[in-house]
Design a protein around this ligand. Sequence first.
Ligand SMILES: [Zn+2]
Length: 526
Amino acid sequence: MKDKVLIFDTTLRDGEQALVSSLSVEQKLRVARQLARLNVDIIEAGFPVSSPGDFQSVTSIAREIKGPIICGLARDVEKDILACARAIKPAEQCRIHTFIGTSGIHTEKKLRKTEGEILEIVKGCVRLARRHCGDVEFSPEDAGRTGVDFLCRVVETAIDAGAGTINIPDTVGYTTPEHFAKIIDELFNRVPNIDKAVISVHCHNDLGMATANSLTAVLHGARQVECAINGIGERAGNAALEEVVMAIKVRKDLFGLSTSVNTREIMRTSKLVRELCHMPVQPNKAIVGSNAFSHSSGIHQDGVLKEKKTYEIITPQSIGLKENRMNLTSRSGSHMVRSRLLDLGYSEVEAGSEDIYKRFKELADKKGTVYDDDLIVLMESKSSEDLKDRFVLETLNVSSGRGTIPTATARILVDGKLYSEAACGDGAVDAATKAIDRIVGYKIKIDNFHLEAVTEGREAQGRVSIVARSDEGVFNGAGTSTDIVEASALAYMDVVNKIARMKRFKRKLPAAAVNSAADKKSEKGA
Ligand SMILES: [Zn+2]
């Protein structure tokens, strides 16, 4: 225990509360399932008293998720603690995390309470929480700006009242590693009952030091770190889980500690959180940025080709990148289909159903390759109406040739009604897709275009496959015709209809699909 650092994930609480639009219960469950696969020790699932939706999410997570401790947040107020206790009750293992502001600015301006009154509240609330749950965590909010004498008294009181974890939050991201280490040292030196609790830290990144502060605290004795996937959270965010975990792993020589996190699930978790939260990460983000493993300088590339370790301290595999992703076909076994569905965020029950595998086989026999978008259609379609193409290309006329401006006229049935549009383009295919765009109205960008002959001879059928992206994700489209422009337009229509279905199901494809397309490109580059 002494050489283990507990990872307390607050993506669904601190991270989620900073989002422009909150996540649905189902979306939070998807994140929680993935956090369980990542094997974090504690999931802070929400702030139950804050809204009925938050209460519902915490309860649903408590009911379904096995493995990690499910924690709910509560102010040091009776109704918060009681609501929290009710919400987390169904969990295998649960925790109440209760807090009160302790810095001068919080006690005087926000709470209007004396230090003596604060101590009484802490005692009463931790005891109340303990009556409902054996595992109680207490946080003196804004500890980073709390006078150390009072901080020591608050912490002693909370431990005395039964808190098993004391979390020291740098709520406003004000401390530096040295300053924060001093606070932790003072607590260890001055609080008489400190050995009865696990010391936790919760650092914000306002000055870009959240990870550094957290890790310094670990070197000074903290054994729980509160963090969020991709570092999301209030303002500049929380310490990024992936940075804390990988630093402890890569610099084991320095820390001599470990975590339980399955680091191979890091990338998958990062991508799921990006997708659901609409929070992309910067390309140069540590560990999970798209450039985190790409070497640009010629000298670096040369070094890495000769010996990876010259410029690489972490292998991409260790965070789950570039594991061979196989295409699903009719030869794919049920375990592969199930694993792909789990990746897409479906539950074990949904993913493991016999019926789904039967329907998958039928689809695979018809289509050859089954992509992620096909699987979503398989899972989400409730009626044959859902499977119908919303857009049907009726006719396409293209005129192009030497000395003319390529022009296309498309006639498309939209929900049974006929529309026609014309457009000019750089070439015949470009003109055709532009004409289609005018009717459909989606923003689509073609990343990749591939033409192959599927039969031989003068009347050869051409098969065009494209990879195209929209706000809904990256899609594979295919079309076959004796005419290349028509095959291209059909491939494009394939993508258009896939996007229409995603819109209808209110789904996006996970960013993992984006990566598989990006990987293809980088393979070519290498
Ligand atoms: Zn916070």
